[in-house]
Design a protein around this ligand. Structure first.
Ligand code: ZN
Length: 356
């Protein structure tokens, strides 16, 4: 399906609308543990400012999110987990001798028999790693991000060719009941489930430099939602224990999960070859809607330094996404502070628009 270039009453042409809220600032994590060294997290509010500058350069219209409430979140996450996230900060603060952010000192990795009652136990139960510190505004920020994603999905359900969700915190490392890797609520999965309300088959394409392990986990047994992830090889890169090519889904979902791990430092040509492969798989699945987990951390300038995609490469990625020919929700995932972050977002969206 090719959608003809069109100009609406406001003269915006086919410029992708962007959903954004300032309320992401409620979530301002600090702690990040890298190889035993405590440093400041790279998932900072300033990321959104740089992404906004990229949107401004592309003249994208900003739309405030609609509050959809708990419904879309509850279609993806367990009640136990949502309750934990909502209550976590107050229970932590009530301990009296607790630190400025919630970081687990146990990780039971589910071998335990009993769901713990104490907040420290629940924190360990519901976090995969130490890269998801919870502060006083984390729940509020995460909820706004999920509303931003659902609002973008709703714009597409209402007839937009595509919409972009500036989500912060990101979401694709969050499982049904577990946070990790800067992520709490899986915005991409929530957007996909929202699209699923009107589409029998939905594809997710994750172009973040990290494997979308949470999204994979959520849909691993589902035949109706295809998950494809292109990422730096987890042999030497977060999340280390997921993201390998042999992970193809289970049960009814067997075959509806594709991982394309790339060697460290892969540049534009290698990346575009992976996009061709991803498109073949998506075409064979025959979805009627696409959700893109739009990490920009595959950039050659990203501080996490996994792959080496150039700004022109991001333009080509945007054009390739348009070639899928599907109603498309673009959900911001990773992409960290560099002078190129905003420009890379403008490049993806500009490449997409020009190819539509
Ligand atoms: Zn990432």
């Amino acid at each position: 399906m090719r959608v003809a270039r069109r100009t609406n009453a406001t003269g915006e042409g086919n410029t992708v609308k962007a959903v954004y809220s300032e309320q992401h600032r409620a979530h301002d994590p600090q702690f990040f543990l890298v190889r035993g060294v405590v440093t400041r997290t790279t998932e900072q509010p300033e990321r959104a400012d740089r992404l906004l500058a990229g949107l401004s350069a592309g003249a994208h219209r900003l739309i405030a999110p609609t509050v959809f409430g708990q419904g879309p979140r509850a279609r993806v996450h367990s009640a136990e987990y949502l309750n934990f996230l909502e209550e976590a900060w107050d229970a932590w603060a009530a301990l009296g001798d607790s630190g400025p952010e919630m970081i687990a000192n146990i990780h039971p990795v589910r071998h335990a028999a009993t769901y713990p009652a104490h907040i420290v136990g629940r924190l360990g139960w519901h976090t995969a790693d130490t890269a998801c510190p919870i502060g006083p505004g984390t729940w509020a920020g995460a909820c706004v991000a999920s509303d931003v994603a659902v609002t973008a999905a709703q714009l597409v359900l209402d007839g937009e060719r595509a919409a972009y969700a500036l989500c912060r915190p990101p979401g694709h490392h969050a499982y049904r009941d577990m946070a990790g890797g800067f992520c709490f609520l899986n915005n991409t999965a929530i957007a996909a489930e929202h699209m699923r309300l009107a589409h029998e088959r939905v594809a997710i394409l994750d172009v973040d430099v990290h494997h979308g392990n949470g999204t994979q986990g959520i849909f691993y047994r589902r035949p109706d939602i295809l998950t494809v992830s292109i990422h730096a090889d987890p042999v030497g890169f977060y999340p280390f224990v997921w993201g390998y090519a042999h992970e193809r889904g289970e049960g009814a979902g067997l075959g509806a999960n594709l991982n394309i791990p790339l060697p460290p430092g892969t540049g534009d040509e290698g990346y575009m070859a992976a996009m061709v492969r991803a498109k073949r798989i998506v075409d064979a699945f025959a979805p009627t809607a696409l959700v893109v987990a739009l990490g920009l951390d595959a950039s050659e300038h990203d501080p996490l330094a996994g792959l080496a995609v150039t700004t022109d490469g991001f333009r080509r990625i945007g054009a390739a996404i348009a070639e899928f020919g599907l109603p498309t929700v673009l959900v911001q995932e990773g992409g960290y502070l560099s002078d190129h972050l905003g420009g890379n977002l403008a490049a993806v969206l500009g490449g997409f628009e020009r190819a539509c």
